[in-house]
Design a protein around this ligand. Structure first.
Ligand SMILES: Cc1ncc(C[n+]2csc(CCOP(=O)(O)OP(=O)(O)O)c2C)c(N)n1
Ligand SMILES: [Mg+2]
Length: 320
């Protein structure tokens, strides 16, 4: 595929934004400012930047607990995101959900359940909504390699396939479910894509360290889904650079293997490619970085200045 300068630079911008967002999260966590855990998505950014570059107005999204910065690619403001992450009232969920609950229905973001896999069916439901409504919108749903083996995921994909619902199931295969390597957890080579034939739907594997590879696969699959072809599975193969959560030393993994993957840095690769093609200059990269860092600074300051939820509101929004 031939890539325009505009698309190539957009993909790089998105990758860089995600990377700097993830780095900022690690710093904030290390400073003791984030309640709960963070699950760093460093190294896996291409799965999000590549697929989301194919989105259209009116699509639905179910994000995951990694690369939560991807919500900013959907238009969610960094201010409300960081306020949610710090548990403040100005957050998307009033500070009640925290990092894993950055939902915003007006932007098609359907929320996220901490009980992994259960909410994949919500994506199928959103697909049914779109099908009943008509038009060419689709649903993007993201989940990890470990989550692919949960029962509700099978049920959701099966139903979506049987009813030809417009859903792109994106598996971010980062090689681990906490400390279990994917090779020990599933009997097939490609945990998501190899199962696609059982549902009679397309299943593709993309190099999740190469944003162009992800984009190409997503572009092809989403085009077919938008034309009424039914759901598809896209498995993006990358590597979880850090521990499952910050503080996990990841002693269970082979450092040589980790180093090999880390060398395939999706951001660095794209930067080198753009520079070689003279589609960007070192100065422009520096300016882009400075622009994002300034936006992140402002968002964090906003979040830090936002009030904590008042104790007497603890029972608000409870369903009983
Ligand atoms: C149903 C359920 N079981 C267990 C957990 C605890 N848990 C949180 S993240 C995680 C690992 C999931 O692995 P994977 O799907 O590969 O996603 P990754 O964390 O690697 O991105 C587990 C087991 C959970 N949140 N929900
Ligand atoms: Mg995983």
């Amino acid at each position: 595929m031939a890539y325009t300068k505009e698309l190539s630079r957009k993909l790089y911008r998105d990758l860089l934004m995600l990377r700097l967002f993830e780095k900022r999260l690690i710093d904030l966590y290390a400073a003791g400012k984030i309640p709960g855990h963070i699950h760093s998505g460093i190294g896996e950014e291409a799965a999000f930047a590549g697929t989301l570059a194919t989105k259209k107005e009116g699509d639905y999204f179910k994000m995951s607990h990694r690369d939560i910065g991807a919500s900013s690619l959907l238009g969610v403001s960094l201010e409300t995101m960081f306020a949610e992450i710090l548990g403040k009232t100005a957050g998307n969920s009033g500070g009640r959900g925290g990092i894993n609950h950055i939902s915003e229905l007006s932007r098609g973001m359907l929320g996220f359940s901490g009980t992994l896999g259960c909410d994949i069916a919500v994506a199928a439901g959103a697909g049914l909504t779109i099908q009943n409504r008509g038009g060419d919108n689709i649903v993007y749903v993201y989940f990890g390699d470990g989550t692919t083996s949960r029962g509700p995921v099978h049920e959701a994909i099966n139903l979506a396939a049987a009813w030809k619902l417009p859903v792109l199931f994106v598996c971010e295969n980062n090689q681990f479910a906490i400390s279990t390597p994917v090779s020990e957890g599933v009997p097939v080579k490609n945990t998501a894509a190899d199962r696609a034939p059982a549902y009679g739907i397309p299943g593709r594997v993309a190099d999740g360290t190469d944003v162009f590879a992800v984009y190409e696969a997503a572009e092809e699959l989403t085009r077919e889904i938008r034309q009424g072809g039914g759901p598809a599975i896209l498995e993006c193969k990358a590597y979880r650079w850090r521990g499952h959560f910050e503080g996990d030393q990841a002693r269970y993994r082979d450092q040589t293997e980790a180093d090999r993957w880390i060398k395939k840095d999706c951001v660095q690769k794209m930067e080198t490619w753009l520079l070689e093609k003279k589609m960007i200059t070192e100065t422009e990269i520096e300016e882009m970085r400075a622009e994002f860092e300034a936006k992140l600074d402002a968002a964090v300051i906003f979040a830090e200045n936002s009030p904590e939820p008042a104790p007497e509101t603890i029972y608000d929004y409870l369903y009983a």
